[in-house]
Design a protein around this ligand. Structure first.
Ligand SMILES: Cc1cc2nc3c(=O)[nH]c(=O)nc-3n(C[C@H](O)[C@H](O)[C@H](O)COP(=O)(O)OP(=O)(O)OC[C@H]3O[C@@H](n4cnc5c(N)ncnc54)[C@H](O)[C@@H]3O)c2cc1C
Length: 466
């Protein structure tokens, strides 16, 4: 659940405008380059460490950047409380600490590429944006990516970050092995092949089990893709043909502002291979093929978006919606997202559509995606295929905070699970009721972190209070 205190910065317009994001990222990169403990007290108070969207000010400025496994181990051994900070793309306080933050940003090398085993092992600070061009140059690909490539692999997998495609599991399903530094400073290696349930409990770990220092991912031969966008898909078509729409291509995303009984855009990402290619007819279930590149919010420039119009390109330049080289946002925003079991997709979409007049004034855009089931304990897709109903909100937390319980109430009959890295108000009891493996996860946490070294307010509230 969210933490009201950390959103105070939002409510203070003076705070909100003190520093643009580019300046901040520049500062952040410079400061954490130091391998010593960086007490950032020299910063003016308004230059506090914030998340990507700027809606959350972390509760400490004690940030240490580790350069090696040994530095991670020593640091962890000497601290009683800490959290690992990834690329700061979560909207809630899941990565926050009142004590110490550890960054692995400078541990970002490819450790090993194993063409025979079809795996790549990377340092945990590496981002998808760093890894993907390397993989492609070696003739390999990942199965899927999120809407933007700028996120750390370890941070993304820890929160079950996902892309789209009914046959594609979330990004964490590609993890085949992990190296973790536990609370005692011990190095534990877990693999899908060897460690069964312990592995499946650890991959989507919410940062609660230890410091992930290496990640091994499944890879496959590289592939080319084409992206097509269609405009104005009638809601009635979604109602009547949802399964056919989702099955039409490798990855399908539906965008809507919930106005006028239609989805403003459909983004189709197709593998450019025999038997998989999408037949880009001028009409798609009543929607019209776009005649130029579009942003998901049609009024905005598509300059930051990945190439569309069926132009072929490598997988990593088509699977994300936003390009690596550009700032991937319309500006300040908040995000929420709910996973609903696939069989309730249409009912759930219609339930939110009924709230259109409440939702629309605060919304930038909604995106609907489909995800394959998996067996990772805290994945929202644990043993169930899902559709996700995502909301990019205007950055007005008081309004969004009021709306979320209304949406959650409508989605409750479908046992909706909130995205771990986005804003939600779902109660801990409700979380417990929709995550069957939560008690097992708590036991696993106690094994690797008996004293609660990696706990923070988010975990204490949402996981350990239940
Ligand atoms: C513009 C934008 C677009 C997004 N698009 C998508 C999308 O398409 N799909 C989607 O599902 N989500 C999306 N997200 C959400 C976001 O990418 C994820 O929630 C993800 O967790 C962010 O990773 P991070 O490293 O930046 O997170 P952080 O906030 O830095 O960390 C997240 C969690 O991971 C833990 N962690 C990070 N690194 C480690 C490590 N080495 N060891 C142990 N724990 C670690 C942290 O402690 C924390 O608990 C988007 C976010 C933004 C801002």
């Amino acid at each position: 659940m969210y933490n009201c205190r950390v959103f105070k910065a939002n409510l203070d317009p003076a705070r909100a405008t003190v520093m643009n994001k580019r300046t901040f990222i520049g500062l952040f990169g410079t400061v954490i380059a130091s391998p010593i403990l960086s007490r950032l007290s020299a910063w003016a108070s308004e230059n506090k460490l914030k998340n990507w969207a700027g809606n959350l000010e972390y509760s400490t400025d004690r940030l240490y950047s580790a350069n090696s496994l040994e530095q991670v181990r020593n640091y962890v051994k000497k601290r009683s409380q800490l959290k690992v900070l990834g690329t700061r793309h979560c909207f809630n306080n899941i990565a926050d600490s009142t004590h110490n933050l550890l960054s692995l940003k400078s541990m970002d090398e490819v450790v090993a590429l194993d063409p025979a085993a079809h795996t790549v092992t990377v340092d945990a600070g590496m981002t998808y944006g760093q890894l993907c061009p390397y993989l492609h140059s070696k003739g390999f690909a990942l199965h899927n990516l999120a809407s933007l490539p700028h996120i750390a692999i370890a941070g993304a997998c820890s929160t079950a970050t996902h892309g789209s495609g009914e046959k594609n599991g979330n990004l964490a399903t590609a993890v085949s092995a992990l190296e973790i530094v536990t609370a005692a400073g011990d190095v534990v290696k877990l693999s899908r092949q060897r460690d069964g349930e312990a592995f499946r409990g650890t991959v989507v770990g919410l940062g609660a089990l230890g410091v992930i220092t290496k990640v091994t991912l499944d890879i496959q031969p590289t592939f080319m893709m084409r992206q097509y966008v269609y405009e104005d898909l009638p809601l009635a078509a979604v109602k009547d043909h949802f399964d056919a729409i989702e099955a039409s291509s490798y990855s399908v995303s539906l965008f809507t502002d919930w106005q006028n009984q239609r989805f403003s855009e459909v983004w189709i990402k197709s593998r450019d291979e025999a038997g998989q290619a999408f037949d880009a007819t001028p009409e798609f279930f009543g929607a019209k093929r776009a005649t130029k590149n579009l942003h998901p919010i049609a009024e905005l420039s598509a300059e930051n978006c990945t190439e569309q119009m069926g132009v072929p390109g490598p997988w990593f330049e088509r699977l994300p919606h936003f390009r690596m080289g550009f700032t991937p946002s319309a500006g300040k925003e908040l995000q929420s997202e709910y996973f609903v079991p696939r069989q309730h997709a249409v009912e759930a979409i219609l339930a939110v559509e009924r709230l259109r007049d409440q939702v629309n004034p605060h919304l930038m855009i909604t995106e609907i995606r489909a995800i394959a089931p998996d067996n990772l304990w805290l994945s929202p897709c644990y043993e169930q295929a899902c559709v996700t109903i995502h909301f990019t909100w205007k950055q007005d937390w008081p309004a969004v905070r009021t709306l979320l319980p209304v949406i959650e109430k409508e989605l409750a009959p479908f046992k909706a699970r909130p995205h771990w890295g986005k804003l939600f108000t779902t109660s801990p009891d409700k979380l417990k009721s929709v995550y069957r493996k939560l008690p097992d996860f708590i036991q696993l946490c106690k094994k690797y972190d008996p004293q609660g070294k990696f706990r923070n307010e988010f975990l204490s509230t949402n996981i350990f209070s239940s």
